[in-house]
Design a protein around this ligand. Structure first.
Ligand code: HEM
Length: 491
């Protein structure tokens, strides 16, 4: 007999029979007691999660990003720290409009999403194989995508809706021209470029910001299918690009892309004839030449499609120190939309799944939710600020420079600055009747007496700042000796 592993239930209980249900007599019926049968059927019923609302059909592989040129003058991101540095990546390619089972050879943009597992968190570049997009205002996205999907009555693709939309929205023309060009149907995912498409920003150690666009140029050379070839390929093998990527990597024919950036200074942006944050426009190479950064290589296939590809979650909101956003309206909306989609599609704790987990320590105060893995923060406090030692702390060194929009600066403004937190609380105390004041003091003393002495003293200072009498009575009620430092000097 071969030395097979023991078959168990999901609870680890050894299974004696995986072929025959437990029945009353050989002809049945089956017994309720056959929990193993019920577990198998019930779990099977729950195998599907919602497919991505767009980009549902995709293929992915793991690999490395290697820095070949120094761009630390532009970005302090650790991923670019030194020439030769390697970072693990996951890349998912996709078509946009079709369902999870649709054909790969559709005339459609291709998604080109890269997750860089950096030591300061995951950086996702969720781009396409085109440098521009159909819309410049995110409000249009659902309407646009509806026209690319199925007609609500016929459940068929609807050329009338597609062209109805495009004919009414000329900002799509640049992307439509690319889509219907020879590059509209890449031969497979290996033979196409990738683009971050949006304008992003890079921030260096000195806190200086430049605007940037990311480019990934295929080292396999651009190759495409004609419309006729695409029709044939769709019939012969609807999964041809998925299969091509998998087989190339199995055969150690690892696909590579040259990664480079275009850079625009804030001063250049102010002089730029177009809006440099308009997603329907490119920046000319003659004005903003490509600057080499590194090489992306894919060299490992996922072992399990569902765990590592279907459950993968890419988001433009995932940027790391040294790489950031821009005022591009579509980018701004995507920052919200992707994690929102993933909380629905995968679940509130999707970032805890192995494929999405950062390869660096994670320390925050989020807790619970469906399927919280690991120790869920253990016994550590689940709020901040707090008085506990060793609790994760913010680090102002990571603050981005304010974004100056001319008449207004976007920044994290201190909400306490210029705000009086005490006067109205003091006024309320002062208009209370003596009986109401007494109840208030007793209620607070009853509750605060259960907190630590340091916390009591810190809180008493606030009561003093609202009203000296208020503070004194609480201190007395708690039996705390009043330190003059507790009383505001103006009192
Ligand atoms: C996937 C929304 C524009 C590239 C998705 C998903 C949503 C979405 C909800 C599914 C996410 C998931 O379930 O994991 C939007 C919205 C857009 C927009 C609201 C504009 C307002 C764009 C643009 C690009 C892009 C401009 C490229 C430059 C992608 C890619 C994926 C994707 C590559 C698939 C990521 C993966 O492989 O998992 N989009 N999108 N999208 N989108 Fe967008």
């Amino acid at each position: 007999m071969t030395d097979n592993k023991a078959l168990t239930t999901a609870e680890g209980i050894p299974v004696a029979d995986n072929q025959n249900s437990l029945t009353a007599g050989s002809r049945g019926p089956v017994l309720m007691q056959d929990f193993y049968l019920i577990e198998k059927l019930a779990h099977f019923n729950r195998e599907r999660i919602p497919e991505r609302v767009v980009h549902a059909k995709g293929a992915a592989a793991f690999g490395t990003f290697t820095v070949t040129q120094d761009i630390t003058r532009y970005s302090k991101a650790k991923v670019f720290a030194e020439i030769g540095k390697q970072t693990q990546v996951l890349v998912r390619f996709s078509t946009v409009g079709g369902e999870k089972g649709s054909a790969d050879a559709e005339r459609d943009p291709r998604g080109f999403a890269v997750k860089f597992y950096t030591e300061e968190g995951n950086w996702d570049l969720a781009g396409n194989n085109t440098p521009v997009f159909f819309i410049r205002d995110p409000l249009k996205f659902p309407d646009f995508v509806h026209t690319q999907k199925r007609n609500p009555q016929t459940n068929c693709k609807d050329a009338n809706a597609i062209w109805d939309y495009w004919s009414l929205n000329p900002e799509a023309l640049h992307q439509v021209t690319i889509l219907f060009s020879d590059r509209g149907v890449p031969k497979s995912y290996r033979y196409m470029h990738g683009f971050g498409s949006h304008t992003f920003s890079l921030i260096n150690e000195q806190g200086q910001r430049v605007w940037c666009k990311f480019h990934l140029k295929t080292k396999q050379g651009i190759q495409n299918l004609t419309s006729e070839e695409a029709v044939r390929v769709k019939g012969e093998d609807p999964d041809h690009a998925t299969r091509d990527l998998f087989e190339a990597i199995e055969q150690k024919d690892y696909p590579q892309w040259d990664v480079s950036i275009q850079v625009m200074t804030e001063e250049q942006a102010a002089q730029h004839p177009d809006n440099p944050f308009d997603l329907t426009k490119v920046w000319k190479f003659s004005e903003y030449p490509l600057i080499e950064v590194g090489i992306l290589e894919l060299n490992r296939n996922p072992e399990n499609y569902f765990a590592e590809v279907e459950q993968s979650a890419f988001s433009p909101s995932n940027v790391v120190p040294g790489i950031s956003f821009s005022p591009d309206k579509v980018l701004q909306a995507r920052i919200m939309s992707y994690p929102d989609a993933q909380r629905y599609r995968i679940g509130a704790n999707y970032q805890q799944l192995p494929v999405n987990q950062p390869k660096c320590p994670v320390a925050h105060h989020q807790r619970d939710g469906a399927m919280a893995l690991g120790n869920n923060g253990g016994n550590a406090p689940n709020y901040e600020p707090n008085s506990h030692e060793g609790s994760p702390q913010q680090n102002p060194a990571y603050a981005e420079p304010a974004l100056d929009l001319g008449n207004v600066k976007c920044d994290r403004y201190n909400h306490r600055e210029g705000n009086d937190d005490y006067s109205q609380a003091g006024d309320l105390y002062r208009i209370m009747t003596p009986d109401q004041q007494e109840q208030l003091i007793q209620n607070i003393v009853g509750s605060l007496s259960q907190a630590g002495t340091d916390i009591q003293k810190r809180q008493i200072c606030h009561f003093f700042r609202a009203d000296v009498n208020y503070g004194r009575r609480i201190a007395e009620g708690l039996g705390i000796v009043i330190d003059p430092a507790m009383i505001p000097t103006s009192a």
